[in-house]
Design a protein around this ligand. Structure first.
Ligand SMILES: Cc1cc2nc3c(=O)[nH]c(=O)nc-3n(C[C@H](O)[C@H](O)[C@H](O)COP(=O)(O)OP(=O)(O)OC[C@H]3O[C@@H](n4cnc5c(N)ncnc54)[C@H](O)[C@@H]3O)c2cc1C
Length: 432
């Protein structure tokens, strides 16, 4: 019998996991195919709930699902390793565990924060794209409150408690709304040294308005709500420098801040940078309508890491539904490619937009229906709960949400904040 065809999916996020699960259904019981899922983490991360980790609304482990549990008795293999290089000519991946050869490859490595080369941004901003980064940010934020609580100088205290979010897209809006909930519902009632007026929450957006791509009426409604809740919205405010003390806006205004969160842009995973293939200006690999990398028909690319050729920007958003749909299409097209059959084209289907404005409020636009307020928030919660992988996680998150209505948030600092300028350095262990 000839050796089995090796199909490797790199990346176990929305796109990669969906592709692997669908491929597995397609090839179940077929000994001629070997399926391997490679990813640097052994869990699937549900990114839409990351802002709620930052605000201590839900527990970090509740938004990740172990791939070993998802896999159970399935026949695909999972390999926990980080890819450090891709060699399309030799059909080989360089992994931290050693080389891995493939016959067909699905690239689903996602994206990273894009700081657009703004001086100091990468070093001084938090950018919660992974679970570790969200937990690091949460602990840093809580540590800031601990210091501010005992800061006798009012000016210095206000400076520490100036929290800036850069980027008024849906993630930036959700983050600033979560910060507001944490501060007003929890911090000012429990930290005697911090008054409501000490805290400034600022959302900076370089464009003329926030929530571009969302229905203008809903975006206006969201803007009014955030402003009513005391969040300063500054549009046409381009960050030009970030320092440990704050940000510079439009090359002239200095804004002193205790914390700057970057949510202003993403670019494709830098792993793709060295690939000798066509890419767009944010580093995404250009694929044809069948999601194949141009010039390499055995390599497919999906999700945040890919852009379909000749697609207008509004039809190639970096959102989970696109990665999921492309993952499913790859699982259709790859077997067809193996058999020399005609491949199916990818067509973007807008699924609407859901934006949480913190507890009890959201704006949504789904199937032509526009809704804002409490029922929109219930809808937001239900959709996100249903999309979480695994009943256990769904129960855990639902419980977190319910408990937060009656009990205080858990604001214990678990990790020693690494970037705290105010903490005393850790004592060195005694010499033996
Ligand atoms: C804070 C935040 C909130 C968001 N909210 C929403 C939302 O509400 N709705 C929405 O639709 N979208 C949202 N998104 C966007 C959404 O998460 C992405 O569009 C989606 O995750 C893209 O899927 P993907 O499969 O391309 O990449 P990802 O889901 O990011 O998966 C990439 C995978 O590749 C792995 N990987 C990366 N590099 C390597 C390597 N070198 N070696 C091995 N493995 C590697 C990663 O560990 C990960 O498992 C949000 C994103 C963030 C960061």
């Amino acid at each position: 019998m000839p050796p089995p065809t090796r199909i490797v999916v790199l990346g176990a996020g929305f796109g990669g996991l969906e592709a692997m699960l669908a491929l597995e259904r397609r090839f179940r019981g077929d000994p001629r195919v070997e399926l391997t899922l490679v990813s640097e983490n052994n869990y699937f991360l549900f990114t839409p709930l990351l802002p709620q980790i930052v605000s201590s609304y839900i527990e970090p482990r509740h938004i990740v699902q172990s791939l070993r549990d998802i896999r159970r008795q399935r026949r695909f293999r999972f390999l926990r390793a980080r890819a450090t290089g891709l060699d399309f000519a030799q059909r080989q991946l360089q992994l931290t565990t050693g080389p891995l050869a493939y016959d067909y490859l699905v690239l689903a490595v996602g994206s990273v924060a894009d700081f657009f080369g703004i001086p100091g941004a990468a070093a001084n901003c938090f950018s919660p794209k992974s679970l570790e980064e969200a937990v690091e940010l949460r602990d840093h934020l809580l540590d800031l409150f601990e210091h501010a609580d005992h800061e006798p100088d009012a000016t210095r205290r206000r400076q520490l408690l100036t929290l800036v979010v850069v980027g008024g897209g849906y993630t930036g809006v959700e983050l600033v709304a979560e910060l507001r909930d944490l501060v007003y519902r929890y911090v000012i009632t429990r930290y005697r040294g911090i008054q409501r007026d000490d805290v400034r929450l600022i959302l900076l957006e370089a464009a003329e308005d926030i929530l571009r791509g969302v229905d203008p009426e809903l975006a206006r409604r969201a803007r009014r709500k955030l402003q009513r809740e005391g969040i300063e919205l500054r549009t046409q405010a381009r960050v030009t420098l970030v320092t440990p003390e704050g940000v510079e806006v439009n090359e002239k205004d200095d804004l002193h801040a205790g914390l700057v969160i970057w949510s202003a842009g993403v670019r494709a995973n830098p792993l793709l940078d060295s690939l000798p293939v066509e890419k767009d200006k944010s580093g995404r690999v250009v694929v044809n309508a069948h999601l194949q990398v141009k010039g390499y028909p055995r390599v497919f690319a999906i999700g945040d890491a890919a852009v379909v050729e000749k697609t207008p920007p509004e039809q190639s958003p970096r959102i989970a539904p696109v990665a999921l749909a492309q993952g499913r299409l790859v699982a259709e097209n790859l077997p067809r490619a193996m058999l020399g059959q005609m491949l199916l084209p990818y067509e973007f289907e807008p699924r609407g937009m859901l934006v949480s404005l913190g507890m009890n409020d959201a704006v949504i636009q789904v199937m032509g229906i526009k809704l804002a307020g409490y029922f929109a928030w219930l809808f937001w919660n239900s959709v996100h709960l249903l999309r979480l992988v695994g009943l256990k996680k769904q129960v855990q998150v639902a419980l977190d949400w319910s408990l937060a209505t009656f009990f205080p948030r858990d604001t214990s600092i678990i990790r020693r904040p690494q970037r705290c300028r105010l903490c005393a350095p850790a004592a060195s262990p005694p010499a033996v």
